[in-house]
Design a protein around this ligand. Sequence first.
Ligand code: NAD
Ligand code: TYD
Length: 340
Amino acid sequence: MTVLVTGGAGFIGSNFIFHMLQEHPDCRIVCVDALTYAGNLSTLDSVMGRDGFRFIKADIRSKEAMEKVFSEEKPDAVVNFAAESHVDRSIENPSIFLETNIIGTQVLLDAALRHGTARFHQVSTDEVYGDLPFDRPDLLFTEDTPLHTSSPYSASKASADLVVLAYHRTYGLPATISRCSNNYGPYQFPEKLIPLMTINALSDRHLPVYGEGLNVRDWLYVEDHCKAIDLILQKGRIGEVYNVGGHNEMRNIDIVLLILSHLGKPESLIEFVQDRKGHDRRYAIDPTKIHDELGWLPETRFADGIVKTIDWYVENRRWWQEIISGEYRSYYRHRYGETI
Ligand code: NAD
Ligand code: TYD
């Protein structure tokens, strides 16, 4: 079986490749990635050149490039991780989000249809449901929660989901969608909350907490997300959406305090900064469907996963120091008004 993994040089895609090569040694993995600022070939060092793995630098928005990949590789399944993924960047520059996340997905869907690909899996997000109020802990996102997006990022992901479902209904493309909550773990680009706060703390720089730090995210260890996608590929019902999350709601400020405490750094490093525009208050997933239908349950407790993750950043300074490129430095200066 050949699985085409798009966006595999990014955070979750690379972890998914490691998972698949480990768990399914007979599976051939072809990774397509445009290597944007968020994609890092060094992340794939351990699998590069290995039998059963091929890396292709290509852009999912290019029909010609995708036609070549599908003709050469004839994938049995596509797992589409490739995306612009950072909410703050989408607020600054929405158009690339619409181009990559919507048009790029449609280019892949067309190629999959033309080549009779047996499965198209779209990796989506809980952010398509918008947010939940702070004072209603009983409310969770189910697969039936209406799409109600806040940011250009989430709007582009919700649009892509609708296009995927349209290709299934209209053309019979065998598609599935997963909508996962916030992931954390190794190889996450240091613009996202957990790695950003970890590397800033390690470097004794300010930890920029938006607003009062009271917004809530539902955190899942990346390996548990990869296992869920693997299960959906094997046993998921065609045309279905599966929510993925582990009932692990945390306030941002509590995560930041935990990182400081684990690293033995002072709380005075925290700096409360201007809130994100349209900042979603709370995300919380109801994973009943994937649990009942596919038997998925998260395996890594947050208390263990967060320590593993912080320690990974401590032990892999070279990885993040190398990828903090000129582009990231100017982005950081623009957003936070500081040089790194
Ligand atoms: P990431 O930003 O770390 O990686 C994205 C990858 O896509 C990068 O390697 C980048 O080079 C590649 N890419 C971007 N544009 C491309 C293009 N036009 N053609 C080919 N490759 C391109 O993102 P991530 O956090 O790993 O997220 C992966 C997917 O999972 C995304 O679709 C995201 O919406 C979804 N998701 C993320 C989370 C999370 O917490 N990070 C949660 C739920 C869902
Ligand atoms: P992020 O990792 O960008 O994920 P998302 O916005 O997709 O949930 O942010 C997680 C939370 O952390 C979110 O509520 C915004 C907050 N945050 C900060 O307070 N400071 C920061 O510098 C960043 C990047 C995020």
